[in-house]
Design a protein around this ligand. Sequence first.
Ligand code: SAJ
Length: 415
Amino acid sequence: KKICVVGLGYIGLPTAAMLANCGYDVVGVDTNKEVLDNLNKGKIIIEEPYLDDLVKKVVINKKLIGLNTPCEADIFIIAVPTPINENKRADMRYVINATNSIVSYVKKGDIVILESTSPVGTTTEIIKPILEKTDLEIGKDIYVGYCPERVLPGKILKELVENHRVVGGINEESAIKIAKIYKSFVKGHIYTTDTKTAEMTKLVENTFRDVNIALSNELLKICDNININVWDVIEYSNKHPRVNLLNPGPGVGGHCLAVDPWFLVESSPNLSNIIKLSRITNDSMPSYMFYSVEKLIKNTNKKITILGITYKPDVDDIRESPIIELIKILKENNYEISIYDPYVKNYPGIENNLMKCVQGSELLIIGVNHNVFKDINYEKVLKAMEGNLILDTRNSLDKEELEKIGFVYKLIGSK
Ligand code: SAJ
């Protein structure tokens, strides 16, 4: 069977490679020439453990090829981005374009699956009407459904296989046929339901995490205000069998948690109070980090170095990164800053020489806890710096060790 995967991003590419590895003939479609040129050489341009080896293997075996337009296939998978616009409403342009782009290739008996995280109703109200242009009967001549991805960037290949999946079919037959396809590589259970339930489930999962992080971020502010160490409070609270607080931090980034809860707010604005407030709380954290910086140094002539700007550790993704927001605020307030992140290649002002970067710095901000930062020689760093301050926004470094070598270490949310 032949599969056409439209969108070769963080989700489309690993899914395409996985299906190709299971024996399907897969065509990956993307409009980005750089992605296609690399893919057809067996290479990837994103940072994701083991994905490079898998892609290389299936491209060499000719099971996966990249094209810039869709083609005739038995199964179509749409995995394109669903961002939000400035009014915090879903921008469905890519989903609409992708669906339109496959219409002339869809034939009787084919299966069409949407994977992109989308507002509730997308499959029935956007995908279905577009596919009706084929004059084929939806659910009878062609099978349509929604199967959201649930993988964690950094662990994509592992979670693609191990996680349970939810498939929402436009009718039962569609759901069963789609579940069978995923069964080829998913070891977890595959639950079948209707499309709206599956769409809602995906949004709820990410909202759950966002709301819980917001609670911890709010606790951080409260603890700061009453002079208590929030990390101790979280540690002790989590000793309770039914409490599991998440980590506070500089804010919530990435293309999922910072976006998806807004789809729920959009659908029921007067009812989604906690969800909206959580988004606002998490979005307020970069400003709160700035306030923490200003408590440490209030002199615009001093240089600040930021270590790590991605939205979370050990990835190269800076989409919605709260540290990028913090950088913006620091710049607006005329701080001189230098930026170091070994995972990020093309960000304005990024420096790939750590020692050059910290030269003359008054303050070091740990923006994200990349694992490689543990191996930094902080003694050497301190010597190159002008001052001796560290602000850790991720609770990632050893206070005692740093203080022993002469740093003044400040962890957010601690006294
Ligand atoms: N974060 C905190 N505190 C925490 C955990 C995370 O501040 O305790 C921050 C991170 O630093 C990061 C953001 O939240 O900025 C999101 O990171 P994440 O690791 O929680 O999640 P993502 O965005 O990489 O992936 C999420 C996952 N969803 C859930 O865990 C419910 C993943 O399973 C989804 O597939 C993915 O969204 C998606 O694509 O929807």
